[in-house]
Structures are given as C-alpha cells and as structure tokens.
Design a protein around this ligand. Structure first.
Ligand SMILES: [Zn+2]
Length: 417
C-alpha cells in the first residue's frame, strides 16, 4: 500500500519539461560522461561539444555516482516533449551509473553486466545450434585434415596480398559510399575520413569520429585480411556504418535540434548496441547477397590479384560462416564467468566460431579488454533486423528510408525490441 502511494506521488511530481529544461539535463549528462572518461579514457569514444565542458581534472567516483543517481531521479520526474529523446537519456544515464560501479571494482556475471551496460539480455547460444552450424560448414569445405585446417587453407587462398590491401579497401569504400549516397541525401557534402593502417590492437578496425562529418578509420593489419572482411570493414566503419551514423546524429540532432547529449558517445553504453547493430546490418543493406558476389568477382578479386573464377565458391563459404556469428558471445560468457581459461577460449572460438588461431587469440584479447561489449555486434544486428522487418516498407527504397530514420533519431535497445 505504501509503495503504491509513493508511485502515486512520483506520478504527480512528473511534469512536462520544456526544451530548455531538457537541454539542461542533457548538458549534465554530457559532463557526467566526460568526467567518467577521466577515469577510463576509452569510455569517451567521441566528443565534439563545447570545449569548456571538458573536465579540468578527476572527480571521485563516489561523487560521479551521486550525480548519475540524481540525474536518473530528475529524469524520472520528467515528462519530456520528445519521448525518444527522454528514453535515450534515461537508458544512457542508467548505464553510466552501472559503469561507475564497474570502475569502483564491482563485478557482475556476464549476463547481468551486459544488461546493466547495454540494456539488453544477451542471447543464449545452445551447444546443439553451434554443432549444427559447424556441421553444415564442414560439408562445404572438402579435403583432408580438421575443419579448422581446411578453413585456414581456404582463407589463405583468398587473403589480400599486403601490398594490395589499401587499393582493395579504397575500392570497397568507393562502392559502399556511392551506394549509400544514392539513398541517404542528408549526409554533409564535405563528409570524409582518413585511413590509417596500424598494428598491435585488439580490434580489427576502428572509426574515430572527429565531428564536422570527419572520421579517422584505423585498420589493423596484424593478420591477413580476406575479401569479405575488407567489404565488412568498408561498410561497417564507413558507409553506411559508423561514419554515416555519427554524421547523421551530428547533423540532425546536435546541429539542427541542439540536443547536445549526442555530441558525446560513451563506448560502454546502450548507444553502442545501436551503433554496432546498424553498422553490421548496413553491410547487407548496401551490398545485398547477389550484388556482393558480383562486386567481389568483377572488382575486388581483380584489385586483389585473385582469380575471379573462384569468387562463387568463396562467396558460398563466406555466406555460410554467418551461421556461427553468435558463438563468440558464448565464448565470452564462459570465459568471463570463469568457466573457461584463455587457451580453452581460443580453442572454443576455433571450433565453434571457426576462426583461425591468430584471430581467436586476438578475440580473447578483445574480450579481456572490452568484456561484454562483444554482444553489440551480432546481437545488435539481430535486433536491427527484427526492427527493420517490422518497420521498413517494401523494397530497397523502404528499407533505406527506415534505416536512415533509425540512424537519425534517438534509439534505445528497448525501442528496437
Ligand atoms: Zn564497430
């Protein structure tokens, strides 16, 4: 009875906030995120808001926790004019509070940490499903030796020679850019990004958004890069992935509407599920299956100096490998929950995610560094697929219209469910 009374009081206190009130709360959110970033620099993935909001020093975590809690309470007493903006700020601030607890040393198990930071329950991955996916691919790659060895030999045949990676990557970007610009007309005319090749990173590529429609895209060349990987990177990091997503948020929300909360991007937050999910989904949107095969055969294989006659065979195996995409989530769950050692996780990734030893070792380093972030890719893509299937109109134009809307409006994982 008492609880009901309290809820009633809170509901009475809720009032419709003006745009100015919301902007004030949004400014507090931005400064909270920037202050958390003083404790872990990776947390602030991008910031191009006012320079005077940047912290002058470290604020104790206890104080940041109190600020996050107060902001959540005030948001709870708020009824914003724009429900999408409101839901975004609430989800992001709740996650920020969970990340402050993480920085204080509090540890949750895999599923609870993923829920606290990314506002979703990661999928269960059944051993029987992983075995079935593995068996289907086993039948596609004939020859002697283990499936891992056969796949490694297969992938070696289609690796891009190191001295051709840049020209193949640029050809893939040019195609993805032209196709994206055909459908998304709200991108800044002077948008562009620089490309750098790096080594010794836990990721395979990274988009650093600089504001003003400019990005820096870094590509890790520690390991050989295959044809499909290079397409994936061009679309995921560039068009219509991270570079486009950040550019549209800046143009439509920060510049047009003055919603400064979008001028900062906290990496370990629900926004990353939207960012990675749309970036992965964008690969198949911009290059649907048959067009992707044709582009590989007619352009990229030539640029890479590979035999285009093998493109169909390469494409079939590459497409089948998508069936094992959730295996990395299960590997991370078992590893972070202490149910597998690092060497066992490498073996698991080789067996079920069908990764080469080098890639599996890099993936374990990624999990060590980024933890439950790994759910944002394949599971984020699943949520975007479901949302698109529900929302998008028929045909290519309908899909691009819905996708552009998703990239240009405040979204939360809950709004995709
Ligand atoms: Zn990404």
């Amino acid at each position: 009875m008492k609880r009901r009374t309290l809820i009633g009081t809170a509901a009475l206190a809720a009032c419709t906030k003006t745009e100015a009130d919301m902007n004030e709360l949004a400014g507090r959110y931005v400064r909270l995120i920037l202050d958390i970033g003083e404790h872990e620099p990776k947390y602030v993935d991008a910031y191009y808001g006012p320079a005077e909001w940047k912290p002058k020093g470290k604020t104790p975590l206890a104080e940041l926790g109190a600020r996050a809690s107060a902001l959540i309470t005030e948001l709870g007493q708020t009824k914003a004019a724009d429900p999408g903006r409101f839901a975004f700020l609430v989800a992001q601030t709740r996650s920020a509070l969970a990340y402050i607890d993480f920085l204080k040393g509090e540890r949750l198990d895999f599923d609870r940490e993923a829920k606290a930071l990314y506002a979703v329950e990661p999928p269960k991955v059944l051993p029987s499903e992983m075995e079935a996916a593995r068996a289907a691919i086993d039948a596609m790659v004939p020859g002697r030796g283990s499936l891992a060895d056969r796949l490694a030999a297969f992938e070696e045949r289609f690796a891009i020679p190191a001295n051709r990676v840049d020209r193949v990557f640029r050809a893939a970007i040019a195609e993805a850019r032209a196709r994206t610009k055909k459908w998304i007309h709200t991108l800044a005319v002077d948008e562009s990004f620089d490309i750098e090749y790096v080594k010794g990173k836990v990721w395979s590529a990274y988009n650093w958004y600089k504001g003003g429609s400019k990005s820096l895209i870094q590509v890790n060349i520690d390991l050989p890069i295959g044809i499909d990987r290079i397409i994936h990177l061009a679309c995921h990091e560039g068009y219509p992935g991270h570079h486009v997503y950040n550019g549209l948020l800046e143009a439509k929300l920060v510049r047009e509407r003055g919603w400064m909360e979008f001028s900062v991007y906290p990496l370990y937050s629900p926004q990353s599920l939207i960012a990675e999910g749309t970036a992965d989904y964008g690969v198949s949107l911009v290059l649907p299956d048959a067009e992707r095969l044709a582009f590989k055969r007619d352009v990229l294989f030539q640029e890479a100096g590979l035999n285009p006659k093998a493109a169909t065979e390469q494409h079939a195996v590459s497409a089948a490998l998508r069936a094992v995409k959730h295996a990395a989530i299960q590997a991370a769950r078992l590893y972070l929950d202490g149910r597998m050692t690092a060497p066992e996780t490498v073996e698991f990734l080789q067996r079920f995610a069908l990764q080469s030893k080098g890639m599996a070792e890099r993936r374990v380093k990624f999990i060590d560094s980024e933890r439950t972030y790994i759910i944002n890719y394949s599971f984020g893509e699943d949520l975007v697929v479901n949302w698109m299937n529900r929302t998008a109109g028929a045909g290519e134009a309908g899909r691009w219209k819905a996708f552009t809307q998703l990239l240009s409006t405040p979204s939360t994982p809950a709004s995709l469910l």
